[in-house]
Design a binder for this molecule. Sequence first.
Ligand code: S3P
Length: 174
Amino acid sequence: MEKIQLEQNIALIGFMGVGKTTVYEELKQMGLPGVDTDSLIEEMAGMPVSEIFAQFGEPHFRDLETQAVCKAAAMQGGVISCGGGAVLRRENVEALQRTGKVVLLTATPETLLERLRDDDTRPKLRGRKTVEGITQLMKERRAAYEGAAQITVATDGKTPAQICGEILEAVKNS
Ligand code: S3P
């Protein structure tokens, strides 16, 4: 596979289950350095995300997330996989936009439910694993996602390779 180099970062944002991690892994395969904010948070806290929520609550998780986003944004020409709530804080969005392009991945609630049905690692999905529950949380977050996004790529029915191709093309033309 051809190796690529970028001048700016690509920050992947979007709802849980939209495929940020898959696209992130694919872009790393193409030679880009990468940081996954949830993995960084887990390293910092020494425990899984679900445990941070359970023991310390969401506000503490969000504080760690801001630190992780700032660290990730300090990279050059890499790919950042952001947790689904990372753009709820404006300061995080500003940090990501300062050094890169923010790319929103989207999918329908039906697709997301299909992918997340058997997942129990995401505290924000608890009690919401229905099309209605996902639609409601998406609605609450729509303004934050759309306000942060500089590029938007719909993922339904596309392969990871197609999605990466669209992202790289859009970043090149931006
Ligand atoms: C969250 C999404 C998760 C993780 C945490 C909170 C959210 O990341 O950061 O559970 O608020 O949407 P993924 O989007 O990678 O699942």
